[in-house]
Ligand binder design. Structure first.
Ligand code: CDP
Ligand code: CDP
Length: 223
């Protein structure tokens, strides 16, 4: 047993919509006993609550006021961390068309990103406290803003056509092109592959190939 066997590892996985972040992260969490955190689901849950409160992403003051009434906590389900907000457990409603259409607009607001910043960083402590060997967190700015010092930072890419095909195969109506455009162009924490992150183009790769490739990189950091 080497000294590194007890080391807590943080793996950051970023990429555009339907690039394979969730399926890859889930598989890695199983393989290495990492806690899995899908930060997109946090932005989706907050978007659902803001829409429910009747707030528009064009009114940042109203957004800030509505956010002050939201109190997120975390529940572990299997190897995934789930956000709860004041007892509400987000379900499939956070994948609905109104949320798809608005999430990137809310996510572009600095007040929304600030609201989620410490909550996301705090997930490392949740993972440690629950006995996980590490954390695999996926999103758009994990390797650039949330955990720039992560042990491994991956940026998943795939052609827009491949990503649109994947999402359509899931039967979802989702303007991924428009979300990607907003996510790349926003001023605060835009979607990009930061210096030092490893870009993996998955257009011609199966999910198993992607997982094996990243798992090898994880193994190398555990040695
Ligand atoms: O599953 P998919 O990749 O389509 O999206 P998601 O990961 O559920 O994220 C939904 C939206 O949340 C993204 O389009 C971004 O606007 C926002 N998001 C973000 O801004 N930063 C993150 N770390 C994660 C998601
Ligand atoms: O989380 P994100 O939106 O980045 O993507 P995902 O939900 O993990 O993947 C979207 C769909 O693409 C899923 O149905 C995956 O099974 C599929 N996929 C694929 O066909 N090939 C890959 N290399 C990765 C994902």
């Amino acid at each position: 047993m080497s000294d590194n066997d007890d080391r807590f590892l943080i793996v950051a996985i970023d990429g555009g919509a339907a690039s394979g972040k969730s399926s890859t992260s889930r598989a890695l969490s199983e393989r290495f006993n990492f806690m899995h955190v899908d930060t997109g689901s946090f932005y989706r849950a907050v978007t659902f609550k803001l829409l429910e409160a009747g707030v528009s992403p064009d009114d940042e003051t109203a957004v800030a006021e509505a956010l002050a009434h939201l109190h997120p906590s975390t529940r572990i389900e299997g190897r995934s961390a789930r956000m709860e907000i004041d007892g509400w457990v987000p379900g499939e409603e956070i994948r609905s068309a109104p949320v798809n259409e608005n999430v990137s607009r809310f996510a572009a607001l600095p007040v929304v990103r600030r609201f989620l910043l410490d909550y996301q960083r705090g997930q490392a402590e949740v993972a440690r406290a629950n006995g996980f060997r590490g954390l695999v967190m996926e999103g758009r700015d994990i390797g650039s803003v949330i955990f720039p010092d992560a042990d491994l930072r991956i940026f998943l890419d795939a052609s827009p056509e491949a990503r649109a095909r994947r999402r359509a195969a899931e039967g979802q109506a989702d303007q991924i092109h428009e979300r990607d455009r907003l996510d790349r162009q926003r001023k605060t924490a835009p979607l990009h592959c930061p210096p030092g992150a490893i870009r993996v183009d998955t257009t011609e790769m199966t999910l198993e190939q992607v997982v094996d490739h990243i798992a090898n990189l994880v193994e190398a950091r555990l040695r």
